[in-house]
Ligand binder design. Structure first.
Ligand code: XMP
Length: 172
């Protein structure tokens, strides 16, 4: 059965997302935030987080891909499709999970070139693993062990994304 043990329940995700939304709102009080969601993995975290942020936001999305099966290809496809106006803006990047760090490191480098006024990152999950890029996230929902996970936006080759909780993935 590919859907393994529940690692983080829907209720835990809901509570933590509200806390993060509050924290982000406090840290950016009086400002407008451009929220850049990385598709598809962050889709549920992004929409739940956005609704927990109480300051004005504008939404941008970017579709990136790096994983094949349960392994990173080491190549981040899609950064060239980065659209939106980030110059002089307060920007928050939202992703599902920080793993090797390659995605956030390459994306934030591309964003910095556009000279945002501030740039922060939020991830629902951070894997306890040796990073391949020196990067961390400003806002982290949960630290998790080094295991492939599925659910709440995270997929295995496109499947299991809509599970409401986060589960360990059991390969066949
Ligand atoms: P990196 O390695 O660039 O990873 O920090 C970020 C992207 O890799 C995907 N990823 C996963 N997807 N279960 C998934 O479904 C996982 O355990 C996992 N680890 C990494 C994800 O797309 C993330 O944005």
């Amino acid at each position: 059965m590919p859907v393994g043990k529940t690692l983080i329940s829907a209720a835990q995700i809901h509570r933590r997302t509200r806390e993060l939304g509050q924290l982000i709102s406090n840290d950016h009080a009086g400002k407008e935030l451009v929220v850049l969601g990385l598709m598809n993995g962050s889709i549920f975290f992004l929409t739940d987080l956005l609704r927990s942020i109480t300051i004005p936001t504008r939404l941008e999305t970017c579709r990136l891909q790096s994983y094949q099966d349960t392994h990173t290809t080491g190549q981040i496809r899609g950064i060239e499709n980065l659209e939106g106006e980030f110059r002089g803006k307060h920007v928050l990047v939202v992703d599902d999970i920080l793993d090797t760090g390659l995605t956030l490191s390459k994306l934030t480098a591309a964003l910095r070139a556009q000279k945002p006024r501030s740039l922060r990152t939020a991830v629902l999950l951070s894997k306890q693993v040796a990073r391949k890029a020196r990067v961390t996230a400003h806002y982290i929902g949960f630290e998790i062990p080094n295991h492939f996970v599925i659910g709440y936006g995270l997929d295995y080759n496109g499947a299991y994304r809509s599970l409401p909780s986060i589960h360990l993935f059991n390969p066949a």
